[in-house]
Write a protein that binds this ligand. Structure first.
Ligand SMILES: Nc1ncnc2c1ncn2[C@@H]1O[C@H](COP(=O)(O)OP(=O)(O)O)[C@@H](O)[C@H]1O
Ligand SMILES: [Mg+2]
Length: 339
């Protein structure tokens, strides 16, 4: 039996992975720091686990111990802040027999920082919009985009109209200035095998976005978008799954906005379109044969909230998570027998 642990199961990416893998022959364990994370309740009670917050200093220690206790074969982290701490200690997961289904530390470092991303992809020519540190150059075609090197959810992104306004922003090494891409925007979900060969690139239009997640969208067959995202994935040495965001220039050519090095919240649309990336990723890390050709069809989606009803006593607490119960049992077993 293959044991899989998915983290961040209160988020849309975590839910999508749990639902995809629950339909395979794997036993799916679900983890989150929040007792109300919905996909905890999509798996059997003894497969629900509370973990420490991804930013906590002991997050990885706890996660490693949990993986060892459960005999986890494959770990799917889905929370942004967990990715780097886990990747930094990959050797310990490997030593514990756990394969981590997320990109390498080098790929994370080249994508989570948008300035480094532009440098890593410089060899792709005009796929990369001109990108400079704030204060480094003023000879732009205005307007330009100013945004944080490491940001998310569009926070801190704004359009700057002219040189005077750009100069007024001063100098900041944590902020980038980027050529404005005025055209249509796409998110391309890309899966690459462990040697870095891209298996599929599925472009999506995000028709409506709520809190950074597409809640209405459609997959788009477009060879130019698929090829551009594939070249970006190769340039950053992608293995497993990432979401490559592209936007068209005024003349229609696609260019790179950013790469989110993890499963996206809109994964159900990509799965329904024909490329079940969580399942493929699992098969891939287990060394199983993959289909030769991965095709998808164009499909649109809308979303609604769905209720999961529980007996009130089934709502986890820190003391009733499967991990806590196992720890208690271990403590009992280790305690000397009563006379
Ligand atoms: N160079 C650019 N040209 C046009 N729009 C941009 C550019 N960079 C960012 N944007 C807009 O800002 C949004 C957020 O930028 P992005 O680089 O994806 O950062 P994040 O999603 O991490 O905040 C994009 O979805 C896009 O709408
Ligand atoms: Mg983005």
């Amino acid at each position: 039996m293959t044991d899989v642990l998915v983290t961040g199961v209160g988020g849309p990416a975590g839910v999508a992975i749990v639902r995809s893998l629950a339909a395979t022959d794997a036993r799916v364990h679900a983890a989150d720091m929040d007792v109300y994370a919905s996909a905890l309740y999509l798996v059997p009670a003894n497969q629900r686990h509370l973990v420490r917050p991804g930013l906590a200093p002991d997050f990885v220690d706890h996660l490693l111990a949990l993986c060892e206790r459960l005999g986890i074969d494959v770990l799917f982290p889905t929370v942004d802040v967990e990715l780097v701490p886990i990747a930094r200690r990959l050797a310990e997961f490997t030593a514990a027999g756990v394969t981590v289904a997320s990109p390498s530390l080098a790929t994370l470092e080249n994508t989570l920082d948008k300035y480094r991303l532009a440098q890593a992809c410089a060899g792709l020519g005009d796929v990369v919009p001109r990108t400079e540190l704030l204060g480094a150059a003023y000879d732009w075609d205005y307007p330009v985009i100013v945004k944080p090197r490491s940001g998310s959810g569009s926070r801190g992104v704004h359009l700057v109209e002219d040189e005077a306004a750009l100069r007024a922003l001063g100098t900041d090494e944590q902020t980038i200035v980027q050529e404005n891409l005025p055209g249509e925007e796409y998110s391309v979900d890309v899966i690459a095998d462990l040697a870095g060969t891209v298996l599929a690139a599925v472009p999506r239009s995000r028709l409506r976005v709520d809190s950074g997640v597409a809640v209405a969208g459609r997959t788009v067959k477009d060879a130019g978008l698929e090829e551009t995202a594939t070249r970006v994935a190769q340039a950053i040495g992608l293995t497993t799954v990432a979401n490559v965001q592209l936007r068209r220039r005024a003349d229609g050519r696609p260019a790179l906005l950013e790469v989110n090095p993890r499963f996206p919240g809109a994964m159900p649309l990509t799965i329904a379109s024909g490329v079940d990336m969580p399942r493929l990723c699992l098969d891939m890390v287990l060394g199983r044969a993959l289909p030769d050709r991965l095709e998808f069809r164009e499909l649109a989606n809308v979303r609604y909230l769905e209720d999961v009803f529980l007996d009130p006593s089934d709502v986890l607490t820190a003391l009733t998570s499967a991990a806590a119960l196992a720890e208690r049992d271990d403590a009992h077993a280790a305690a000397p027998a009563q006379p």
